[in-house]
Ligand binder design. Structure first.
Ligand SMILES: [Zn+2]
Length: 433
């Protein structure tokens, strides 16, 4: 558990401790693939944003998709070329149900998300869509973070905390995080002593506030500390505005959206999925999601158990932003789907979360640097979110095929139901349960 990539769920000291508690000998058996990994890559996976985009566009063309691209203004990739959020629409333009699947909301987490999109596009699925159902793939919601192997965007913002109401006079507060942040040292050169200091601050906060309160403070989003955990920004970001604008435009004729936001990473077994459904528990949309992926998969208690701790409350999730933007004519049901990537020795170290946080901050502060050190840290983040081990890649692709297939059947049923949208309660903030 590495924080940085795992931060969707957020940063967190605790899940790291749970993994660290497994003895090394036991872990070696659990993660056998890492002892003697097959590093022959699956062709759907890429090692850079540029390579991932090339594969995505080629696969989308091959599938006969209608492609549109939005360029991130002003900024360039490490290779000096422009960065884009790309959209590929497959199926009838007037589809009643659109399966929207997105990659790279958390930058480097896009390595796996992009791969499963590519795999869907190259596996003949376009020709098998049910009547009145379309697939819309959004590639690299956060292209800058994807290019730099960061979780956050060009402004250090966690996009999955950025969909709040910025017109309100007061942004959401997070007093426990304010107190923690005040104690954190400057990153400086990101040396080992800084990591130790981070660890000490978090450990002291756990003693003072309790484990879950610290987990929640670091995970729910905060709007005051641009270099801190879970910074949600002080204004709507380009990615957030562009995503909403394009979904409104492209889905204008639909009534229902199946929402899949591909993320990584929890250490629960290579390639296994954890479903974070952000519909309201037991409302009609939630029950529809349960009918696709099973009630167990999205059950709050089961997900909490998978994580080893109750999920944090959250501000400004992208899914809620999309729901608000498309309501009232279109309703949205679905989940953030996390791929689990088993940790390597570094990631599973007792200070993995703080190490990841310090390295991520260092990399953000040195975002155009191409020294060997930067390349090492970037590779670390890519491997954390899209491991090069074939065992991981095969597991993730198999799981994603099932998730897409079930969602497609669900979309067919939804279209056949022939009903108006029922968006339900629209949110900016909520507990997980
Ligand atoms: Zn994420």
């Amino acid at each position: 558990v590495i924080d940085l990539t795992r931060r969707t769920a957020l940063a967190i000291p605790l899940a790291g401790l749970a993994v660290a508690a497994v003895p090394h000998s036991a872990r070696a058996e659990l993660y056998n693939d890492q002892q003697f990994p097959d590093i022959t890559p699956h062709p759907a996976f890429a090692q850079t944003y540029r390579e991932a985009r090339g594969k995505f566009l080629a696969a989308a063309r091959h599938a006969g998709a209608a492609i549109s691209s939005q360029r991130l203004p002003a900024l360039l990739g490490l290779d000096g070329q422009p960065l884009y959020m790309d959209f590929a629409w497959i199926g009838p333009a007037d589809a009643d149900v659109v399966i929207v699947s997105m990659s790279g909301t958390h930058g480097s987490e896009g390595f796996t998300g992009s791969a499963v999109q590519n795999d869907w596009l190259t596996s003949g699925n376009a020709a098998k869509l049910p009547p009145r159902v379309a697939s819309l793939m959004v590639h690299a919601v956060n292209p800058f973070g994807f290019d730099r192997n960061l979780r956050v965007n060009e402004n250090g913002v966690d996009l999955n905390r950025n969909f709040i109401d910025f017109s309100k006079p007061n942004l959401p507060d997070n007093p426990i995080y304010d107190a923690i942040h005040a104690q954190l040292p400057d990153i400086g050169a990101g040396h080992e002593d800084v990591i130790a200091q981070y660890n000490a601050v978090i450990a002291a906060a756990v003693v003072k506030y309790g484990e879950w309160a610290v987990f929640d403070a670091c995970g729910r989003g905060q709007y005051r500390h641009p270099t801190g955990y879970g910074f949600g920004g002080t204004e709507a970001q380009w990615s957030s505005k562009t995503l909403v604008q394009e979904l409104r435009r492209l889905c204008a004729r639909a009534r229902h959206v199946v929402y899949i936001d591909w993320h990584t990473i929890y250490p629960n077994g290579d390639g296994r999925q954890v479903f974070l459904c952000f519909n309201q528990t037991n409302d009609p949309l939630y029950r529809r999601v349960a009918s696709w992926w099973t009630a167990q998969a999205i059950d709050r208690d089961i997900v909490n158990a998978q994580e080893g701790i109750r999920r944090p409350t959250r501000n400004g999730l992208a899914m809620w932003g999309v729901q608000r933007a498309l309501a009232p004519r279109i309703d949205v049901a679905g989940a953030v789907v996390e791929f689990s990537c088993d940790p390597d020795g570094l990631v599973s170290s007792p200070d993995a979360d703080e190490r990841g946080e310090v390295w991520a901050q260092w990399l953000l502060a040195n975002k155009d640097d191409q020294s060997l050190r930067s390349e090492f840290v970037r590779t670390f983040f890519r491997e954390s979110a899209g491991p090069w081990r074939r065992g991981y890649q095969n597991g993730a692709l198999a799981a994603a095929r099932s998730t897409y297939a079930r969602a497609t059947v669900g979309a067919a049923v939804w279209a056949r139901d022939n009903i108006a949208a029922t968006p339900g309660k629209l949110l900016y903030f909520s507990a997980f349960t």
